[in-house]
Design a binder for this molecule. Structure first.
Ligand SMILES: *Cc1c(COP(=O)(O)O)cnc(C)c1O
Length: 431
């Protein structure tokens, strides 16, 4: 590695942040956020409010009739996932990984989210819908009180076909934007980083989405997408590194989760706090969810992010306070991970600034452990997740209710899922 990192000798960095030693050697670490504070002091000073979350939820409701029409499997038109207790997995975590925690363990099954097959069904789909709504309202084609299912008709499809949407992605964001955008009739271009899996590109091309492949990492794909989009006035660029709309789309999960817990008779309180563990890429999804959860549960929720040990961009951004001014490559990391949803070298400044005093900590995980967890989940619960989505299960700690956020999986082709599973089984040494 370079001896000078961002203008400072590595030795100085290590003195200031001793954890960097393990981080730069790709060892799994837990970073406890020293800046975390009380929700009621921090939330009022943020650029987004609880009303923004409610506004997003209201928009989702306006679109429910259209979603139902376009995706009949979503029976009530509300894209949501189940919450399940996974006690056999909890036992296995304690036995095999020596995880020490008390209280029940739940899985939030966003790996099963319809329409996009990942947590991006919250953020990505929401941003496309919001953009579509703005276009039709500004052009006098629809009133906010109309039945939005009329947007599936030919008049609207033709209208949307005059516009395009583009996005840079490691895979799943592209899927969500491509599937929703093309369902409405938009022309969609997805700039895919080198990490993106073949099947995700294939699935998009089948839907008429223009997929441009890059041999470079995610930041480059985004940069190029942003540049090309700025030259086309009819194009709308979904900016994962800065998007307020993606963030708010994710945040609505908190309202839904509250209702799910209420319905299950689970009361969150000071004596029964909830610990939530969410895989993190640029930070939009875990950031938005955390922002929502803090509004709903205050200090009775503690949120932790999970990152691959080879690409812990949010950890570096928050620990050093440099946010998007630091990348994992600056510290000699290679950014290589099978967790394609998390293969991001530079964190979002927007998400990082909002969560810097809300997130309780960040832990990093090795790819091999992701495969092990993925196999355990399938064996014990029959639940299929992609490697990224298993990350939340590896840093569980403390007392209270624990909830790992499974972020993607159902769209993974069967043969590839078998490969993931077999790899996990082998690593578990039980062939
Ligand atoms: C995108 C994604 C994440 C993380 O979301 P960010 O907004 O990039 O932090 C986690 N898991 C999966 C499967 C994803 O696709």
């Amino acid at each position: 590695m370079n001896n000078i990192v961002l203008g400072k000798p590595m030795e100085t960095w290590l003195n200031e942040y001793p954890l960097l030693k393990d981080v730069t050697h790709c060892k799994p670490v837990f970073w406890k956020n020293p800046e975390v504070g009380m929700a009621k002091e921090i939330l009022p000073n943020l650029p987004l409010t609880f009303d923004d979350i409610l506004d997003a939820e209201a928009r989702w409701k306006r679109f429910a009739s259209l979603i139902k029409k376009l995706f009949p499997k979503v029976e009530d038109g509300i894209i949501e996932s189940r919450l399940v207790e996974i006690s056999d997995v909890a036992k296995e975590l304690k036995k095999r990984f020596g995880e020490a925690f008390e209280g029940p363990l739940y899985l939030k099954c966003d790996n099963e989210l319809p329409v996009a097959g990942s947590v991006k069904a919250r953020g990505g789909v929401y941003e496309v819908l919001k953009h579509a709504e703005e276009l039709v309202i500004n052009n006098g084609l629809l009133n906010i009180t109309d039945d939005y299912s009329i947007m599936s008709g030919p008049k609207f499809r033709e209208f949307f076909s005059n516009y395009s949407i583009s996005v840079g992605s490691t895979g799943n964001l592209g899927l969500s934007i491509g599937i929703m955008g093309s369902a409405l009739g938009f022309k969609v271009t997805v700039h895919m980083s080198a990490d993106a899996k073949e099947w995700k590109k294939r699935l998009l091309r089948e839907r008429g989405v223009n997929v441009i492949e890059y041999t470079s990492d995610y930041s480059k794909a985004v940069e190029e997408g942003r540049r090309l989009s700025s030259q086309n006035p009819m194009d709308y660029f979904v900016d994962d590194e800065n998007s307020k709309d993606l963030f708010l789309g994710y945040s609505v999960a908190a309202l839904r989760l509250k209702k799910q817990l209420d319905d299950m008779g689970i009361n969150i309180s000071e004596d029964n706090p909830i610990n939530v563990y969410i895989p993190c890429g640029v930070g939009g999804a875990p950031g938005g969810i955390t922002f929502g959860l803090k509004h709903v549960f205050g200090d009775n929720v503690r949120c932790y992010f999970a990152e691959p040990s080879h690409s812990p961009c949010m950890l570096l951004g928050l620990m050093t306070g440099l946010h998007d001014r630091v990348s994992v490559f600056d510290f000699g990391l290679d950014g290589r991970t099978e967790a394609d949803g998390l293969a991001v070298g530079r964190p979002s400044k927007f998400a990082g600034r909002i969560v810097e005093r809300l997130v309780g900590g960040i832990f990093t995980v090795n790819d091999d452990d992701l495969y092990r967890m993925l196999a355990i989940l399938k064996d014990k619960e029959g639940i299929k997740v992609e490697p990224s989505a298993a990350a939340g299960l590896l840093g569980i700690r403390g007392k209270g209710i624990h909830m790992a956020w499974a972020t993607g999986g159902i769209f993974v082709p069967e043969d590839l899922m078998d490969e993931f599973y077999n790899k996990g089984r082998k690593l578990l040494g039980e062939e």
